[in-house]
Design a protein around this ligand. Structure first.
Ligand code: AMP
Ligand code: MG
Length: 347
């Protein structure tokens, strides 16, 4: 399939070019679009035919549902079973547009492919001028998972998208690096207790400010505790670099001595994923820092690009330092654990 690649500047959007993208969406084709979280692979969310093309392009299992992107609250009302309650209104007012996906009971207008036959639908409003304008021009909600080949790290830069999706979609919109760099938080508000199904760009602490400390909880799956996922996407391998990855958790001294020992006692080409504070410690390995431990928001934003860099360098094995799991550290460690297939050593 021939993929048209179109460059757009989010500060000065060429509406004619974007109109071509909107026409593709209306005609049930696929368009990769930039968002503030990661690049998304979009199609008309109201059409089974269009949505099936997303699963095909990504090689995504059909029981992993998609997030529907809207540009206004009115646009989503048709997709919902019930009118918005006070809690939903408060969340929308505080966090939209932005990296918070809300899971609602759905109406019959949502094609079953979008929600993988569940009775709920996941919706968000992206905080990105190109994404919002594209949805507005197409005048339909756009279903869009991350625009990577299923299982690979999510794309935060146009070059990653082109690596994965050239030849698999009708159009790629190439724009700046994703500002947040990690996917949205998925919050299930389809029942009385709000449950975080996936940590992401909006933190647990921020949600607690709006919902109260007891008004929101983390799903057990997030730490790999239970085996029956509430969010189907949770059970699949994700974000995996080519080389095996192990997370090393413990005191700073113990982490350093464990990883250094691995580098010394090993003939293979070792990659180390660490922080600015420790990057000078690992001589003899290919070392990539995700940034300072005091700025794990930036660390989360850098993670996917760092994982892809290990692939392009071609290391045999990767050791990653564990980071603190609060604020954006929770989303960062969630992605890192999945990338490692939950291979964690406590030292
Ligand atoms: P992705 O678009 O690849 O970032 O993945 C979307 C995430 O949202 C996956 O983890 C899905 O399982 C989750 N998701 C989408 N729709 C629903 C839903 N109706 N209920 C629960 N989780 C959902
Ligand atoms: Mg994804």
């Amino acid at each position: 399939m021939n993929t048209e690649i179109v460059e757009l500047n989010e500060q000065n959007i060429d509406i004619e070019k974007l109109m071509r993208a909107a026409t593709i969406i209306v005609n049930l084709g696929t368009v990769v679009l930039p968002t503030e979280t990661v690049y998304g692979l979009g199609a008309n969310a109201l059409s089974s035919t269009a949505v099936k093309k997303i699963f095909l392009a990504k090689g995504r299992p059909s029981d992993n549902p998609l997030i529907v992107h809207v540009c206004s609250v009115e646009m989503m009302e048709d997709l919902l079973k019930d009118p918005l309650d006070l809690r939903a209104k408060k969340l929308i007012e505080t966090f939209w547009p932005g990296p918070l996906t809300l899971v609602f009971k759905r109406s019959n207008k949502v094609p079953v492919e979008v929600c993988a036959h569940l009775d709920t639908v996941a919706i968000r409003m992206p905080d990105h001028p190109i994404a919002l304008k594209l949805i507005e021009l197409a005048n339909v909600p756009i279903a869009a998972p991350s625009a990577n080949v299923s299982g690979k790290p999510s794309p935060t830069m146009a070059e990653h998208v082109i690596q994965d999706m050239n030849g698999r979609v009708d159009m790629i919109i190439s724009a700046d690096r994703s500002r947040i760099g990690v996917e949205s938080t998925v919050l299930d508000i389809s029942s009385p207790m709000a449950v975080i199904l996936r940590p992401g760009g909006v933190t647990l602490e921020q949600l607690q400010e709006v919902l109260g400390k007891d008004g929101v909880m983390l799903d057990n799956m997030i730490n790999g505790v239970v085996d029956k996922p509430r969010s189907p996407g949770m059970k699949y391998t994700h974000y995996a670099p080519n080389a095996p990855l192990q997370i090393v958790r413990g005191s700073k001294e113990n982490i350093l001595s464990y990883i250094k020992g691995k580098i010394k006692g090993n003939d293979s080409f070792i990659g180390v994923l660490c922080s600015d504070e420790t990057k000078s410690e690992y001589q003899g390995a290919h070392v990539i820092s995700i940034g300072s431990v005091h700025r794990l928001d930036q660390g989360a934003s850098n993670l996917f690009a760092v994982l892809r860099e290990f692939d392009s360098i071609g290391v045999d094995m990767i050791f990653a330092e564990a980071f603190a799991e609060d604020e954006m550290g929770l989303a960062l460690m969630n992605r890192l654990k999945k990338a490692a297939g939950f291979n964690i050593v406590d030292v």
